[in-house]
Every structure is written in structure tokens, then in C-alpha cells.
Design a protein around this ligand. Structure first.
Ligand SMILES: Nc1nc2c(c(=O)[nH]1)N[C@@H](CN(C=O)c1ccc(C(=O)N[C@@H](CCC(=O)O)C(=O)O)cc1)CN2
Length: 297
């Protein structure tokens, strides 16, 4: 059996077309243009690529993009002052601080200084609490993208056993909350889980977000299970170059799974599309307007 491929690239492209329609309608009916501010501190090469892509796609769907690039010597006080300015700016509906931040900056402090209503990453402690208690929140983009792919493939997820490998605040924990919200039975596993292979073999849905290249082999996967790979790992190739791989060993997992989200082209593109979706949602909430259906949970 060869697994069905969950094509995040195609899904994200369609979602961006839908978002562009909502942005145009907001402009026409209300004279409002949603605005997204992205803050990059330092020169991490991968972060620079993601931030460039975010700006480009923001503009492509018709929203305003505000980019702030700060040197890696930026003090915490200066970064907090910029966030305070963006919090107060009515043209800015969404604020995102690209992670990771340079080591001298306290990420928790910085994230929690963002107005929760503009926290389109869904990382602010208020949004974490709202999501965890089943209330209306801003939902982290990568887990939201995974959930959209899973719902699109399965319809209802109720009763399925989902094993999330990884316990990060960005992916693992919010992913588990979202799957619980869809009535899955959820196990959060991690590098210190006893007999991880046996645990993963019980899963109808595996979400791998552990940050270790090709860690999950095909013989950990229950035949027919759905595998969502969140990993982004660059590994060396024999010809001296590099290539991107996920946290699962694609070929052996695809041979056993019923469906699989690949790397690249699976969850990654969904992350940015969901960021744009969250910005439209934040803009509608800020203006007391009905939220378009299908952009969040
Ligand atoms: N503030 C945030 N920081 C980070 C987040 C986040 O959601 N918020 N997530 C990641 C990085 N990220 C977005 O910021 C991101 C990662 C990957 C992709 C993507 O499209 N990947 C492509 C491959 C791209 C490549 O070739 O390198 C794919 O998987 O197909 C988009 C966004 C950490 N920081």
C-alpha cells in the first residue's frame, strides 16, 4: 500500500485564495485592510527566509505587511518598546515575533507583552489558557494547519487515538489540545517516553514534532494510520549539499501509513496560510465583525 499524500502546499494555496476573498470583502464593505506586523531580531538564515515569505504572502492576499528587522544586539527594553508601539497601532491587527530569539532575550516575557487580541501566533499565556479551556482563542498556526489537514482527510476525528511526539509550547502542547477538542484520545509522548515505538504503534494518528531528523521509522506505524510530520531538519547529502527532511523516515512510513503529510510540502506551507487566516480573524474580532467560517477552530 502506498499512502495518500496530504498535500499541504495545495491546501495552503486554496486557503490563501479564500483569505484573499475575505480581505477584499472586508475592504469593500468596511473600508478595513487587515495588517500584520512581523518582527525579526538577528540574522538567523532560516528565520530570514520565513519572514520574507510571510511578508510576500501577506501582500499577495491584499493585507498590509509591516516588517521590523532589528539587529541581534537589540536590548529587551527596545524590543518591548516596539511591541508596545505595535499594540497601540490601529492599523496592526496581528503581531508576530519570529522565533527563536537571540539568547539574551527572554522569549516568554516578549511574547507575553503582545496584546493577546493581536497575538496571531497564539503563544501568549492568555491564548494558551483559552485554548486549554476550550474557549475562543488565537490558535497557534502550525497545529491549526495540521488540524485542517486531518479534518479534510478524515472528516470527524472523534474516537481516534492520536499520539503527539513532542511537548513544545509551539506545536506539541497546542496540537494535543486541538485533538482533544475534536474528541480524540490523546497521548503526548517525547524523547523520554518509555518504549516510544510501542506507544506510536497504537496510534491512528501520529503527529511527529520532536525536532530529530527521520527519527520515526515505518515499523513504528500501525498499518493504515495517518502520519503528520512537523519536523524541519536540514541534513547533508552525499554530493556535499543539504536537503530538508522531517521527523519521520518518509519512505518507510509512507509504505505502511494510510496517509502522510510530507516534508517539504505538508505542514510547513500551512503554517503561513494559517498565520494569514489568524490575522483576518483578529481583524474581524477587533472590529466587532462576524468571523469568516473555516479560518479557525
Ligand atoms: N513566531 C513563530 N516562529 C516560528 C514559527 C511560528 O509559527 N511562529 N514556526 C517555525 C518557522 N516557520 C514559521 O515561522 C515556518 C517553518 C516552515 C515553513 C515552510 O513553509 N516550510 C516548507 C519548506 C521551506 C524550506 O524549504 O525551507 C515546507 O515544509 O514545505 C513555513 C514557516 C519556527 N519559528
Amino acid at each position: 500500500m502506498k499512502a495518500h499524500v496530504l498535500d499541504g502546499k495545495a491546501f495552503a494555496a486554496k486557503l490563501r485564495v479564500t483569505i484573499a476573498g475575505h480581505v477584499a470583502a472586508l475592504h469593500q464593505a468596511q473600508g478595513i485592510v487587515p495588517g500584520l506586523a512581523v518582527v525579526l531580531v538577528g540574522e538567523d538564515p532560516a528565520s530570514q527566509v520565513y519572514v520574507r515569505s510571510k511578508g510576500k504572502m501577506t501582500r499577495e492576499v491584499g493585507m498590509q505587511s509591516f516588517e521590523h528587522r532589528l539587529p541581534d544586539t537589540t536590548s529587551e527594553a527596545d524590543l518591548l518598546a516596539l511591541i508596545a508601539q505595535l499594540n497601540a497601532d490601529p492599523a496592526v491587527h496581528g503581531i508576530l515575533v519570529q522565533l527563536p530569539l537571540p539568547g539574551h532575550l527572554n522569549s516568554d516575557l516578549v511574547i507575553n507583552s503582545i496584546d493577546p487580541a493581536k497575538d496571531v501566533d497564539g503563544f501568549h499565556i492568555s491564548n494558551v489558557g483559552l485554548l486549554g479551556t476550550g474557549q475562543k482563542a488565537m490558535v497557534p498556526c502550525t497545529p491549526l494547519g495540521c488540524l485542517m489537514l486531518l479534518r479534510d482527510h478524515h472528516g470527524s476525528l472523534a474516537g481516534k487515538h492520536a499520539v503527539v511526539i513532542g511537548r513544545s509550547n509551539i506545536v506539541g502542547k497546542p496540537m494535543a489540545q486541538l485533538l482533544l477538542g475534536d474528541s480524540c484520545t490523546v497521548t503526548i509522548a517525547h524523547s523520554r517516553t518509555a518504549d516510544l515505538a510501542a506507544m506510536v504503534r497504537q496510534a491512528d494518528i501520529v503527529v511527529a514534532a520532536v525536532g530529530r531528523a527521520q527519527m520515526v521509522p515505518g515499523d513504528w506505524i500501525k498499518p493504515g494510520a495517518t502520519v503528520v510530520d512537523v519536523g524541519i531538519n536540514r541534513i547533508a547529502t552525499d554530493d556535499g549539499g543539504t536537503r530538508l527532511v522531517g521527523d519521520v523516515d518518509y519512505d518507510s512510513c509512507a509504505a505502511v501509513a494510510g496517509a502522510i503529510a510530507p516534508v517539504p510540502g505538508g505542514v510547513g506551507p500551512m503554517t503561513i496560510a494559517c498565520l494569514l487566516a489568524n490575522t483576518v480573524t483578529a481583524c474581524c474580532r477587533a472590529n466587532g465583525l462576524a468571523e469568516p467560517a473555516g479560518l479557525t477552530v
